[in-house]
Design a binder for this molecule. Structure first.
Ligand SMILES: NC(=O)c1ccc[n+]([C@@H]2O[C@H](COP(=O)([O-])OP(=O)(O)OC[C@H]3O[C@@H](n4cnc5c(N)ncnc54)[C@H](OP(=O)(O)O)[C@@H]3O)[C@@H](O)[C@H]2O)c1
Length: 254
């Protein structure tokens, strides 16, 4: 049975950077399943390496999860790495967002990540690793990005608890929390209005390739939480001490 990595959100940004970093690493599995909706991009990845297997799946739907589940049960696989990277967010106050924006964010970032993990675990053995991509948005509530921040708090909580559940099976779980990263994410989050970060975020924005390479190393070391970059680390520590109510009063005027 082929050793296999499954990477969701592999058609762009951080997920694609994980694919590139994994292919360069000495412990790259025999097969790398790249999962997303845009099949043309997945096929372009596959043209660069025989290891890559494109898997077109819309993770907002049960059918999308079933595509991966069926592929696992039909062909079998020894999944040594699962990277749950697919994610989305929509900026703006809740009252200004549609019901489907809200539903899709929670479904993709929380439900799909959890259900897919559950479906993959039976195909993992001792030494396997799971990486879940969280965010610095997980540390504190964010008016104007309410659902996204809450969904990433879920990812952190889910991952930290799952790490304990899977310890006896010898499977590690690492939740990776980056600050801003230059990808397609911001353009989608702002409905195409801004494809670049502005203000403070512009100066601290991380490089997706460096993030992917260093978080793969953190996962190899068995780290349960990996906060990427010094400004983000400072925010993470600060968020443990500042009362949430005071933070919201100081930084958000309503
Ligand atoms: N960029 C940042 O500043 C930042 C910061 C912290 C955390 N993150 C997190 O990093 C992860 C990756 O984001 P990114 O920055 O790389 O953004 P991105 O470039 O927009 O990539 C998002 C990926 O998710 C996939 N995806 C979206 N909806 C999907 C669906 N319904 N079914 C299957 N795949 C879907 C997209 O592929 P298709 O469109 O082809 O389906 C794409 O490959 C997300 O979880 C995000 O929350 C990003």
């Amino acid at each position: 049975m082929a050793t296999t990595a499954i990477i969701t959100g592999a058609s762009s940004g951080i997920g694609k950077a994980y694919v590139d970093a994994l292919l360069k690493s000495p412990d790259c599995p025999e097969k790398v399943w790249v999962v997303a909706r845009r099949i043309d991009r997945l096929e372009a990845l596959a043209a660069g390496s025989e290891k890559i297997v494109p898997v077109q799946a819309d993770l907002l739907s049960d059918e999308g999860i079933k595509v991966i589940k069926d592929k696992l049960s039909e062909g079998g696989a020894d999944v040594t790495l699962l990277i749950n990277c697919a994610g989305m967010g929509k900026k703006g106050n809740i009252a200004d967002r549609t019901a489907s924006d809200i539903r899709d964010t929670v479904t993709l970032n929380c439900t799909a990540l959890s259900v897919l993990t559950r479906e993959v675990i039976p195909y993992m053995n001792r030494g396997a690793r799971i990486i879940n991509v969280g965010s610095s948005a997980a540390y504190l509530p964010q008016p104007g990005f309410t659902v996204y921040a809450a969904s990433k708090s879920y990812v952190v909580s889910f991952s930290r608890a799952l790490a304990i559940e899977l310890k006896k099976l010898g499977i590690t779980v690492t939740v990776v929390c980056p600050g801003p990263v230059e990808t397609e994410f911001n353009k989608l989050a702002t409905d195409g209005k801004s494809d670049k970060f502005t203000g403070f975020r512009k100066f601290v924005a991380a490089d997706a390739d460096k993030l992917a390479a260093s978080s793969l190393k953190a996962a190899r070391r068995g780290r349960r939480m990996y906060v990427y970059g010094p400004p983000n680390k400072a925010l993470h520590v600060g968020a443990k001490f500042i009362p949430v109510g005071l933070f919201l009063e100081l930084f958000y005027r309503g």
